[in-house]
Design a protein around this ligand. Structure first.
Ligand code: NAI
Length: 469
């Protein structure tokens, strides 16, 4: 006996899950979206959106404090409680918008945790484990996301040991913070807190920050981090911590195990990666188990080994990025609707909202060479950009990578608005456009976007505002 029957049960209302459900609704398919927490998932409630709110607010405060050169001086007072109210309003507003969009597209929203009973039935439980209803479905789409990896000894139940979500919901600013991990979260939040006046120390196991991004892109971020007073320690592994009157002491060890170090701060933020969530829904009952990395394996149609079950977003594998999850969600919905669709990962942009921002899409020169190309490349330094000069921020460059026959394979941008500039290059990579398409498109002057235009022209040996090589 079931309470509800649906064509498609979507589990998890983050960007991957709600996109799947909305697209299914648009295609006239009956979808039920089950969410145990809040609509919008980690991205909207505890990740991308609140972190970009704090990054924007911190930049406003920092710019106001550091603009003497352009003739502006200001006494800046950060009212963190007011900031928090504003940030929470932004999050609430977006959560309501997701809910409205789902309803407008005839998606049934169910609050609770979906737990599979067999291949076509799930029970929905409340926080206490009480059954709210049973849902029978033809297809299931699993979009249960990811959670922060917990370092042994650094359990998040202590008020001074923070994960990213805790750091984004602090009620007041700490005077000092030690951050474990110089990846996306570590560097984005270190930058924001440093700009807000917090004394930030970063401890990273590897030999540089933002591993995975090309070193030339990371260099301006590393140098700006130094200017912001962020004290970075590389090749150190967090081992343990202890409480003191002033806060805590983080104990670390050099990567070779030879040396021990201590770092004092009021709180510690642990940002050592995220892991897929697969243990909340009794996957056994639906005939699935995660691979050795903990992810649910899918084909290019986002289908798992069980033909009527799809997986999208963080739970379906790297990169754990909201926009990759949304794109997969659309594919899964189209495939369920019987349309032809497949997910290709050649143009998934990666952006770190650091200072300056850095962004990549497609292949680097090295990756193009490894793939058997004899690539051409073009570059444009932001110090030659009129628009960059007028903002006072000229660190960085745009680079275009193209195949020997001129097809855009990738691009990298570091500098102000890199997160926006990468979209044009992503279009070129996705659509396999010739580099002439970028070089011959008129870009408004004076804009940051001209740097993509100039880098493309440079790849063809005809840039006007930089020397061609
Ligand atoms: P991450 O994988 O980016 O970085 C974790 C860092 O921690 C690595 O550099 C690693 O070497 C270091 N580490 C691991 N164990 C350590 C230890 N014991 N001591 C010192 N360092 C240690 O993971 P992060 O920053 O937690 O982010 C998780 C995921 O969230 C990212 O992979 C990304 O997919 C997503 N994300 C994306 C953002 C964006 O698109 N702008 C922003 C924030 C997160």
């Amino acid at each position: 006996m079931t309470d509800r029957r649906t064509d498609v049960l979507v589990v998890g209302a983050g960007p991957a899950g709600y996109t799947t459900a909305i697209r299914l609704g648009q295609l006239g398919i009956d979808a039920t979206l089950v969410e145990a927490d809040a609509h919008g998932g980690t991205c909207l409630n505890r990740g991308c959106i609140p972190s970009k709110a704090i990054i924007s607010a911190a930049s406003v405060a920092h710019e106001a404090r550091t603009s003497e050169e352009i003739g502006i001086t200001a006494e800046v007072d950060v009212d963190f409680e007011q900031f928090t109210r504003w940030k929470d309003r932004v999050v609430r507003r977006m959560g309501k918008a997701v809910e409205k969009l789902c309803k407008a597209n005839n998606v049934d929203l169910v609050e609770g945790r979906a737990v599979f009973e067999d291949r076509h039935v799930a029970r929905v439980l409340d926080g206490d484990g009480t059954e709210l209803e049973r849902v029978e479905f033809d297809y299931a789409v699993l979009a249960t996301g990811s959670r922060p990896v917990e370092l042994p000894g650094f359990e998040y139940d202590h008020p001074s040991v923070l994960d990213a979500a805790d750091a984004l919901s602090l009620s007041s600013l700490p005077n000092s913070l030690v951050v474990i991990g110089a990846g996306y979260i570590g560097m984005e939040l270190s930058t924001a807190f440093a700009k807000l006046g917090v004394d930030v120390t970063v401890v990273e196991a590897l030999e540089s920050m933002l591993p995975g991004f090309p070193p030339a892109l990371v260099e301006p971020v590393e140098s700006r981090a130094g200017e912001l007073g962020i004290d970075c320690h590389y090749k150190q592994l967090a081992q343990d911590w202890r409480e003191t009157d002033a806060g805590l002491v983080l104990e670390t060890e050099s990567a070779d195990g030879q040396d021990q170090f201590e770092h004092e701060a009021e709180a510690v933020l642990v940002a050592v990666g995220r892991e897929p969530v697969t243990d909340t829904m009794n996957l056994d009952a639906i005939g699935l188990e995660p691979n050795n990395d903990g992810f649910l394996e899918t084909d290019d149609q986002c289908r798992t080994d069980v033909p009527h079950v799809f997986a999208v977003g963080d739970v379906a594998g790297e990169p754990m990025l909201a926009h990759k999850g949304s794109a997969e969600g659309e594919v899964a919905a189209e495939v369920i609707a019987g349309r032809t669709a497949s997910f290709a990962d050649r143009a998934v942009p990666s952006v770190a909202f650091t200072a300056p921002e850095l962004a990549t899409v497609g292949q680097t020169v090295q990756e193009a060479e490894d793939a058997g190309h004899n690539p051409i490349q073009g570059e444009f330094p932001l110090r030659a950009s009129g628009r960059a000069l007028t903002t006072g921020h000229t660190d960085g460059f745009a680079r275009i990578v193209a195949s020997e026959d001129g097809r855009v394979l990738g691009g990298q941008v570091v500098g102000p608005e890199a997160s926006e500039l990468i979209a044009e290059i992503a279009l070129a990579v996705e659509q396999e456009l010739p580099v002439e398409a970028l070089a011959e498109t008129i870009h408004a002057h004076p804009t940051m976007a001209e740097s993509v235009h100039e880098a493309s022209a440079n790849a063809l040996g005809r840039a006007i505002h930089t020397l061609n090589r």
